[in-house]
Ligand binder design. Structure first.
Ligand SMILES: [Zn+2]
Length: 301
């Protein structure tokens, strides 16, 4: 592990919140439970906070990496007994729509799965519109190269972090399997100097994917009972079952979306390039945690 050097740099934008509340309803893929996620405007420096309105005293759960708990194949956050599950696409949508401060009142733990993408969330957020707030968004700049590798397995995931010569924020994901399979190797990239509408068009609609064997296993465990093959991307040996790709590299774009959600679990904007290969939610979050832990608290004041 090599943590890059990070400095605070001049902010280039003000914080933003929603212009009005907006809701997204559906059911959770894992839990099969009906749920409403209600996105509401919030004051500056509030950040993104989930509120479990279905639990006694409506406990708040801030979307920061310190509240992240390990659950396979998803991003979950917890404060005490209160949890929210599968929130990575919600978080990516907020980042993509540049909504920094938002209270999300939720009626059950797991976010609506919809079609396994972030499209419904981004569409709702952009439809509601945004308002600029007085305070600036803190911007942290990567000034030296960093590298994080998963040493727990051979050919594990890797994240290389590099300064951006043009002062941009870039997320790139390389999807690569060591064995032949139905999903071809592919790479995708998103540059945050583009407006939210480009994120809405190019990244948000990209759906989660799994192999037929994985889907069969989950079903056998009683999970994902309400999800059909046409709802997300299920890969058989000849490609997606009962479905067509929205982009040739939809899987890599989805992993880029996941990565944007995972790296949004802090109150900061980043200036630099994040190149991930074969990583999952856990490694993305561990990388973010290590970067935040390396920060001198003085630079944030
Ligand atoms: Zn995902």
């Amino acid at each position: 592990m090599r943590v890059p050097q990070i400095v605070r740099t001049e902010s280039i934008r003000r914080q933003r919140t929603l212009a009005r509340p907006v809701e997204v309803a559906g059911f959770g893929f894992w839990s099969s439970k009906d749920v409403v996620y209600s996105f509401q405007p919030a004051p500056e420096d509030y950040g993104v906070v989930f509120v479990r309105s279905d639990l006694p005293d409506s406990p708040p759960i801030p979307a920061t990496v310190v509240h992240r708990i390990h659950k396979p194949r998803q991003t979950s956050l917890a404060v005490g007994e209160a949890q929210v599950d599968m929130v990575e696409h919600v978080l990516a949508a907020l980042k993509g729509a540049r909504i920094d401060n938002c209270k999300i009142v939720v009626s059950a733990a797991e976010a609506p799965g919809i079609d396994g993408s972030a499209a419904a969330f981004v569409d709702a957020l952009l439809e509601a519109g945004a308002e600029e707030q007085a305070r600036e968004k803190i911007r942290l700049k990567i000034v030296s190269e960093g590298e994080f590798t998963d040493e727990s397995k051979p050919n594990g995931g890797r994240i290389a972090i590099t300064p951006s010569e043009r002062g941009e924020t870039v997320f790139e994901y390389e999807l690569r399997y060591d064995m032949p399979g139905p999903i071809p190797n592919q790479k995708a990239r998103f540059n945050f100097s583009q407006p939210p509408e480009v994120f809405q068009r190019e990244i948000a609609p990209c759906r989660t994917f799994l192999t037929f064997d994985e889907a069969t296993y989950l079903r056998s465990q009683g999970i994902c009972a309400r999800v059909g093959a046409s709802d997300v991307l299920v890969y058989g040996k000849d490609g997606p079952i009962d479905n067509t790709l929205r982009f040739d590299d939809e899987c890599a774009r989805h992993k880029t979306l996941d990565m944007i959600g995972d790296f949004s679990l802090s109150p900061y904007d980043w200036e630099g390039e994040f190149h991930a290969s074969k990583t999952g939610h856990q490694q993305n979050a561990d990388t973010l945690r290590a970067m935040l832990e390396s920060l001198d608290p003085n630079i944030l004041q």
